[in-house]
Each structure stands twice: as C-alpha cells, then as structure tokens.
Design a protein around this ligand. Sequence first.
Ligand code: DAH
Length: 330
Amino acid sequence: MENLEERIEQANTLEALEKVRIELFGKKGALAAEFAKLKDVPGPEKKAFAEGLNKNKAKLQAVYDERYELLKKEEIERLLKAEAIDVSLYNNLNEKGALHPVMATMDKIIDYFVALNFSIEDGPKVEDDFHNFEALNLPKNHPARDMQDTFFFKDGAVLRTHTSPVQIRTMLAQKPPIRMIAPGAVFRKDYDITHTPMFHQIEGLVVGEVGEVSFANLKSVMSDFLHYMFGDVEIRFRPSFFPFTEPSAEVDISCIFCEGEGCRVCSHTGWLEVLGCGIVDENVFKAVNYKNVSGYAFGLGIERFAMLLHKIPDLRMLFEGDTRLLEQFR
Ligand code: DAH
C-alpha cells in the first residue's frame, strides 16, 4: 500500500493522476484485486481482513483527494495565466481626440461671423431645382449651370452643389433684415488634388433696406475676415461673375507660401483665390418676393481654407481618415 500512495504522490498532472486513479480504484485496479482476495480468506479472519482493506482504501482515497485538489488548483492557475487578457492593450483610447481640421476651420469661421451677429441657418442636402438653381438666377439652359457638376436624382432633385440655396430658404422663411451664414456639406462630380465629391462651404447673406448694404460694407467685412483667418496678408478684389450677384468679385489673398513671390501653389501668380462674393442680383430678390432691399452675399470652400491654413498639399487627404495626419491636430 505504501507503494500505491507513492504512485498517487508522483502523479504530476491531472492526466497522470487520472491514470493512477483507474489503476488503483478502477474495476480491474489494485484495490479491486485486494478485495478479490477476500473470498479466499478463512472465515474467522475475514472481518479483520475486510476492515484492513477498507481502512487502506479510505486512506488512499484521502491521499488521492488531496493530490487531486492540488493539481486542479495548479491547472486553474496555469489556464488563467495562459488565457489572461491584457486589458492595458487599448489604453491608447485614453489619448485625447481632436476636432477634424475641416470642422475646426468651420468653427473658426463661424466664430467670426457669430461675433458680428450673423445667425446660422441650415437647409437640406437633397435640394430641388428651384432652390439650387432657378431662384439663384440660374434658369434652365442658362450656360452658368455648366459651372456646376451636379449629382441629379431621377426625379430631378439634386444633391446641393453649393450652400447658396440656404439664402433662398432663409429669405422665403424670414422677413428682412437678414444677416446669416449657412455652413454645410455640398456635392459635385469632381475628384483631384483640389476637389472631392463632397466638401463644405459657408454661405453668407446680408439684406437690409435699399442703400443700407453696399459693396463697401462687403469689402470691409471680407477684408477683416480674411485678416482674422490668415493674418497679415494682402487682399485684392477681382471682378468676376456669379449669376446670383451683380456686380460680383472673387477675392484673392497674397500667397501665404511664397509671400507673393510666386510658387507652385499659387501657380506663380503670387495670389490665392479664397472666396466669391457680390451684391445680390435683383432677380434673386424677385424670386423670393423681396422689395426695396439691398444685400450682399459671399461663399467659400472650407476645405480650401483648411488646406491653406495647415499647408495640406492634397485636399483628398482630409477625407482619408489617416490617423497620421489627424493626430497632428490634437
Ligand atoms: N455658390 C458659389 C459657389 O459655389 C459661391 C458663391 C459665390 C456664393 C458668390 C455667393 C456669392 O453667395 O456671392 O461657387
């Protein structure tokens, strides 16, 4: 029996112990063999023999149980270690996030105009022909519609190509005076280093009584705004054309990369075009039934501002979600 106890003690794994258990306690095991001898023991000694066997069996069982508990505990500890999950793996989630540069630029622009008491207006991204074109003095077959590479729906609705339709919606919903901006996403069939099919614009509109709103007002607000955005730059107003404004201007700043010397970014002109603006065309006021008013409007692309402010070479980078770019804005 000493020998049997030793065999239990020597089992080093649950598997080995199980083998020993079968060898000792199984139907054909060592103990069963001992009990089988009982039938050959002479009558008077049977009782003592049986008692001895049972005592030994109980002792072995106790040794076995103790060994089993020990090995089981070791096995659990081993499994816990092997299957441990490193909860610190994702601790970089603690790192601070940041606004996307496009949203940060949008916020900076909005801040400027909110401080000047402009309201923030909104409109749908799926627009109808009237708001996106017609009311903005872009009648059907007007050649200026070619300026817009439009996504059309089958029913004639469009993804708005600019935020200008919000001017129309606001004037139809409110009485003058109006002093509003409309930030938001717009859509055009375009894709190259300075264009993506979705981008953001901010539209501005100021309407007052006749004589109250002038090109001089527009010029001073735009100049001050561009100095706020780009610091100490030269500003020039270039005559241009938009169907919804007359007269119209495009506004340039002196190139912030070469300070006007001429470089690749400014196509060696020394100037960067940053926004469009003008005096609201009479036909636009007619479309919304406004009488005896004057106004100015402007529109700009937010991604273009973000690119210039942060010297991002390819506009498409702003939408690739590459964290190597984004984490620089923390
Ligand atoms: N809607 C024009 C565009 O998408 C931008 C624009 C230019 C808006 C002049 C205006 C404006 O309100 O007066 O290119």
